[in-house]
Design a protein. Structure first.
Length: 475
């Protein structure tokens, strides 16, 4: 070994690289390349760290140790689940007890058993990587359990590591000790975990409330937090429920914009299956700062009904294919209904808007019908709010002195209301009949109030006045 090689080895030892690198170092020097690297691993407690040592030619025959890159593979706690039929918790247990050094045995039976076990573990891990969450867990399992210098890391694990950027690389000067590099990498990992935890919690709290107040309740909260922790570029959540006899399925979409660590709830796809329709009806509802529709409102619109909303006027920005619309602070109110005969380029049904100046007055229209709930201020208010949300609402009609339970819904396009019987069958009774009944009911109610109220002509002064009028009439 010449003095130049020994000098490099002394520098490596001073930087904490005590491994016997003389042979591989001399082999690379003899190649005469202008630059080469040597890769080695170290373990610190349960963490593994990869070092890429860099060497550069600085003269005709001389080389120098110019620094190194370090990459930390920390021991992490894994949140297990069942993915593609694989119980990752059970796989974790198998990998803990696996014989990772089976290749070093002289016993063929031990080698054969170990090889079969490794093949089974690799196959299961590869199956996991077909799913984004599974790929994260597969990488974590491998780096948690596989010892250094045992079996080779599969290409699909390398691919997943690079795809998700799970293990950042830091560069260090040749004078920085390998142990100090580990401390910095570990500190960065812990700080990133803490910062991500705090950011994730704030992001979760915001999205949790947004999902809840969009009408999806709190049933998705645990899954939402789990998805955020995985830090995938985008993810979806599924929600199913029933409205009466109608089945609905919603797919909620969440995504992180480029150069952002915060997720946004961008849209949800809604599908409604009704017993009397063979095909489901589908629509995508976008979520933004303004002009959003709740799940129940969206369902009502897909069921063919209209929703009364306060909306922000949209302003067109740009021209051509890059044009888009953004909400302004100017507000207006309108009934919104889907146009099932016309669609947008994205496949969505177009929306029809019936502004206040269109001429549909729900309060006035309801007053034309003999509806019992209109006689009570609180019930009248609740009825109006329910119809404005697009609901088909149960009411009590009074006809020929008898109460009859039926359902009604607003029909702004035709400036009327639709009436259904207790079986949700459309009632075709003429509006004239209900108007006559309503007028009779109102007149009867007015007469009853007058009979119950004090006589306008009562009292001593009024009685005397009536007496005088009577006498004048006799003369």
């Amino acid at each position: 070994m010449d003095n130049r090689t020994e000098e490099i080895l002394n520098k490596l030892r001073g930087a904490g690289f005590e491994e016997n690198l003389s042979e591989i170092l001399e082999q690379n020097i003899q190649q005469g390349y202008g630059y080469f690297e040597i890769t080695l691993f170290k373990e610190f407690d349960l963490d593994k760290i990869l070092y890429q040592l860099r060497f550069e030619k600085n003269g005709e025959n001389g080389y120098s140790f110019s620094g190194y890159d370090a990459q930390l593979f920390p021991q992490v706690e894994i949140e297990h689940s069942s993915i593609n039929g694989t119980d990752t918790g059970a796989l974790d247990t198998r990998m803990k007890s696996a014989d990772w050094y089976y290749e070093y045995t002289d016993d063929y039976q031990v080698w054969e058993k170990g090889a079969a076990e490794m093949e089974n573990i690799r196959s299961t891990l590869k199956q996991l990587t077909a799913d984004e969450k599974g790929a994260h867990i597969a990488v974590q399992l491998w780096n948690n359990h596989v010892p250094l210098y045992s079996v080779n890391k599969p290409d699909f694990i390398h691919t997943a590591e690079e795809k998700f950027g799970l293990y950042p690389v830091l560069s260090f000067a040749p004078g920085v000790h390998a142990g100090e590099a580990y401390n910095r990498l570990k500190s960065n990992h812990l700080n990133t975990s803490l910062n991500n935890t705090d950011m994730n919690q704030k992001n979760y709290d915001y999205l949790k409330d947004q999902v809840k107040f969009t009408g999806f309740g709190d049933s998705l909260e645990n899954e939402l937090m789990e998805k955020i922790k995985q830090q995938l570029p985008e993810f979806t959540l599924q929600h199913q429920r029933e409205f009466g006899k109608d089945n609905i399925t919603a797919t909620l979409h969440f995504k992180k914009p480029e150069n952002s660590e915060v997720y946004f709830f961008n849209r949800y796809d809604l599908s409604v299956n009704q017993p009397n329709n063979e095909a489901a009806v589908n629509q995508t509802f976008f979520i933004g700062r303004e002009n959003n529709f709740t799940l129940k409102e969206a369902y009502n619109m897909l069921a063919g009904r209209a929703v009364y909303k306060e909306l922000n006027k949209l302003e067109k920005i740009g021209e051509g294919n890059t044009a888009y619309y953004q909400p302004t602070d100017e507000k207006y109110k309108a009934w919104v209904q889907l146009d099932f005969k016309n669609t947008e380029d994205n496949g969505n049904f177009k929306m029809k808007y019936f502004h206040d100046n269109y001429g549909f007055d729900l309060k006035a229209k309801l007053a034309e019908y003999p509806i019992k709930e209109l006689n009570n201020e609180e019930e009248r208010k609740n009825l109006l709010q329910s119809l404005e949300k697009g609901n088909r609402q149960s009411v009590t009609f009074i006809r020929d002195g008898k109460e009859q339970k039926q359902f009604i819904e607003a029909s702004p396009q035709y400036k009327s209301i639709n009436i259904y019987d207790s079986n949700n069958k459309r009632v075709r009774k003429t509006q004239k009949q209900d108007e006559d009944t309503s007028r009779q009911t109102q007149e009867k109610s007015k007469k009853q109030k007058q009979e119950q109220s004090p006589d306008e002509e009562s009292g001593p002064g009024k009685a005397a006045k009536r007496s005088r009028k009577a006498k004048q009439g006799i003369s």
